[in-house]
Write a protein that binds this ligand. Sequence first.
Ligand code: PHE
Ligand code: ZN
Length: 880
Amino acid sequence: MSSSVVYRSDYKAPDYRIESVNLVFDLDPQTSTVFNTMKVSPLGAQPIELVLDADGLELVSIYENGVQLPQKRYSLTDKSLTVHGIDKPVTLTIVNKFHPLANTLLSGIYISNGNFMSQCESQGFRRITYFPDHPDILTHFHVEIRADKEKYPVLLSNGNLVRRDELENGRHLAVWDDPSLKPCYLFALVAGNFVKREEKIKLANGKDCLLQVWVEPQNKDRTAHTLESIKKAIRWDEQRWGLEYDLERFMLVATDDFNFGAMENKGLNIFNTRYVLASPQIATDLDYFNIESVVGHEYFHNWTGDRVTLRDWFQLTLKEGLTVFRDQEFSRDMLGKAAAIKRIMDVRFLRSRQFPEDAGPMAHPVRPESYREINNFYTTTVYEKGAEIYRMLQTLLGREKFKEGLRLYLERNDGRAATCEDFINAMAQASERDLGQFFRWYGQAGTPRVTVKSFWDPEAHTYTLVASQSTPETPGQTDKKPFLIPLAVGLLDPSGKDIPLQLEDETEPAGTTRVLELRDAENEWTFVNIDAKPIPSLLRDFSAPVILNYPYCRSELAFLARHDSDPFNRWDAMNRLMLEALNDMVDAIETGARPSVDQDLLAAFEQMLTDERLAPAFRAISLTLPDEQLIGERRTLIDPEAIRSAREELRSVIGRRYSSVLLKIAENYQTPGEYSPDAESAGKRALKNLAFSYLLAGGNPKALLALRSQFEQANNLTDQLSALTSIVNSASPAKLDMLVDAARKWNGVPVLINKWLTVQASAIAQPGEVPVLSRVRELMASGAFNIANPNSVYALILAFCNNAPEFHRPDGSGYRFWLEMIQKLCKVNAFIAARIARVMDNWRRYTPERARQMHDALKLADSLPNLPTGVREVLDKALG
Ligand code: PHE
Ligand code: ZN
């Protein structure tokens, strides 16, 4: 078993170069053929063993310099083809076959709605042809694609189009040449029936660039937003970082069948349709927003990922964390006045998804030391915690030095496969700082706890903050060293204003937010000229991915929620207030008492609800209750039923207590006229729909009527879907008709049908209603669901597994369902199976009877025959 573990420390630099590769594809859905011609040069004097990776390929023939290679010169196994004794530059030609239609893993070349699509990251290229499938083997790709002209009129690959031609038997060909050096995981090929939206633009350097978005014909009118997003991303990268695009064209193709969100193949990004298609009828405000950010993400990879790529997969965060940071900054800049919302959304996600990962059996450093299936390490830790590392550097070094460092890193490593050390070295050089301690963020797992204490000295007029840090053990790491933690702080005077901050060794105040550097187990700082006892605003803008403990009392939190000049902390104070109140309510429910609602919280809630000076988007996000996952995080043992009861009780109390204000908001924040997804309109819709959801939770009959007509008459999906969701989660019997209605309207559009599935899988079942699982099983058997489609699996199965009180029903039905799904998915798509397997990660955190049943289910899964490596890795770690 352990033989399949890959260790970072095992990295060996290649002893050869691939000078170029020429690929000729003869495409056929059943069996395709590749003619692969590689120029190979040994680097040293010794003859080399050239190990070419393979996965499910059929070797037809192999030649060296045009002559058939004798049997004794190579060995063939399931996973590799090794050519022995290459002692001078040679040309190898390999002919092999593969089977696109049978490829349900969606890695390599597969068929989606009748079209050929490719996906090579991380190790898909070996499912296409024999090749050293490692990110540090960079070469020039020259590609010829041959296929039936009628069925596959569009033939695309990376780089520039050099030739198109007719062939016999109704076939045609296209030749693509990529002038850049790239590893094979960035190779892409698309062949099929697509239509395009295109535009020629001028880059900042004056060169022309052709932008194209390719989709299946029925989606022709749903690509304008994507093209606009590409243009914004190009401009932003030019303006913010001085980074320009480097090819004659930039293409993006959308497919319904895709394991992840999107892929940054050089010059030919391939996207999941859910991050491409947008129209008022098929995309919500949030979809519009996410499309822009994912388009940005993949485009930004052109520098951070493609031009500078990875030495090995352990360095994944070097492209992913960095590119997430870049896309987060992009989205934030695009939001203008509403910028704070983006940071809040990102931190909310980090806390409810990455923090639990970092506290569970799959906890791993941002740069892992080992893996069995690299596909399991495209995690929130590598991506989102990784992004926080780059953000902390920007905070510590300042924007200018950070930018210099990034540019230095890109210059030095352009056309190379780099490591996290290369990045940090460039940053250290640009900033003239020693970043040795900072580098621990890459290597130590676990979320640090930062505990702050404060002391005000009324006689000396000083205020001292003492911060200490500690990081809990994680699998394989018991002894943690202190991190370098940027702690952005401000101090509020009793009227709520920021106090100018002067540390004791300074001659004058400098600003109202200071970034303190916590380096040791404990550090302290003293501010002078503090005339009245201040309230500290700590970790402003969430300056580090840590859990902050400070003994705020509830009135202080309410004060911060009302006055803090840092919008993130303003939101966070409200959020903490809600969490504490909810926690008390869960306590009460678990002991059989009636939960009572905290009055401080209600007062703060009302205050913010009616504060017209605050942007609607900010009010909406601040007045949304923390999700169940987050409430569960701070419990010793998780009882999902109690958590839901508490949250629903609070929602209904708010809905009843503030019904008149909420009704007024629901009326005042309508967005009449033509739909626009801009931040301001989206914010209004968010606040209006939040008001409706509270009203419905409180059983308000007027709101129910209004929402029914909103569902029928709205000119946009945000309002329709929100109405449907609120009513499905209410006691109203209207939900049944509405679901039927929605199915009829949305039929035939996969992105919509998936939303329809999710609304039902995530439903809050009312007393007396059948368990959600019964409905999920019905849906699975219907034409709306397709187990071979990852979006469909996520929309129905994963959504159900995240519906905690339903999934964790005490009868264990959810766990039996999970086991069945693992069994089924293992046969179709092992990557998706591993993802679903992870919903049991934190089984130890649940109430004893649930934990026991979850453990049993994990054991049963682990004993299944022929488990894919990736699934086994997840199960073994969960079982510990
Ligand atoms: N590299 C992709 C990204 O931009 C993610 C991905 C990984 C896509 C593996 C497909 C396969 O995040
Ligand atoms: Zn990425």
